[in-house]
Ligand binder design. Structure first.
Ligand code: SF4
Length: 209
């Protein structure tokens, strides 16, 4: 099951990368790039990940320093129960505006700005403004409904804080031993929205996949 899910995730990431690359090649001045982090600073909730996404993300997290992991743990804990939105992703390096686990980032982070969802639009205000101005009329956008359908095939999701807590309890983090085991709330059956998604004009050209 694990190998199958990783293969499915790898195929999904490959397809997303192809779509993103095609758009970037046609528009070398595309807004998304290192140092922007606009989407990472406007999350509607704590990121939700399937088990396959979490396993990949954990590889990236394992390469970070113990101090950085403790800071992430602290930030995740502070976000739980925090009522106001949007939130800043607890993984974001706020001094460089870079994602420290970029190669292992979740699917929602890969599609943001390049995919469109019915009734929810493009998500990124900056790109939406360009669409409204007619500057991106030639873009064939990815179809996020199709991505969600394929992600559902990977199983349910958990919020990042739950994955992280469970990982800590099975690792040798300094000062983390003996922390009480959180109740297992189980995987969610559906994938909630993981980023701010205001209503906006839907571009006309959307791919079928
Ligand atoms: S995981 Fe990385 S790319 Fe995704 S929201 Fe967080 S900092 Fe941004």
């Amino acid at each position: 099951m694990t190998t199958l899910c990783l293969t499915t995730l790898s195929r999904l990431q490959h397809d997303i990368d192809e779509r993103v690359q095609a758009i970037r090649e046609a528009h070398p001045d595309w807004l998304c790039g290192k140092g922007c982090a606009g989407c990472c600073r406007r999350l509607a909730e704590i990121p939700q990940l399937t088990a396959a996404e979490w396993r990949l993300l954990r590889e990236g997290l394992a390469a970070l320093s113990p101090e950085r992991l403790q800071a992430i743990s602290r930030d995740l804990g502070a976000l739980v129960g925090q009522p106001w939105r949007p939130i800043v992703c607890p993984l974001l390096d706020q001094t460089t505006n870079a994602c420290p686990v970029y190669a292992q980032r979740p699917v929602a982070c890969r599609t943001y700005g390049f995919y469109v969802q019915r009734n929810r639009g493009l998500y990124c205000h900056e790109i939406e403004a360009r669409v409204t101005d007619g500057n991106l009329a030639d873009v064939v956008w990815g179809n996020h409904d199709s991505i969600d359908h394929r992600l559902a095939g990977l199983g349910g999701t958990r919020p990042l804080n739950e994955w992280f807590e469970r990982w800590q309890l099975n690792s040798s983090f300094p000062g983390m031993a003996g922390k009480p085991v959180p109740p297992d709330q189980g995987l969610r059956a559906t994938r909630p929205i993981s980023a701010e998604r205001p209503l906006c004009p839907i571009p006309s050209a959307i791919s079928s996949s």
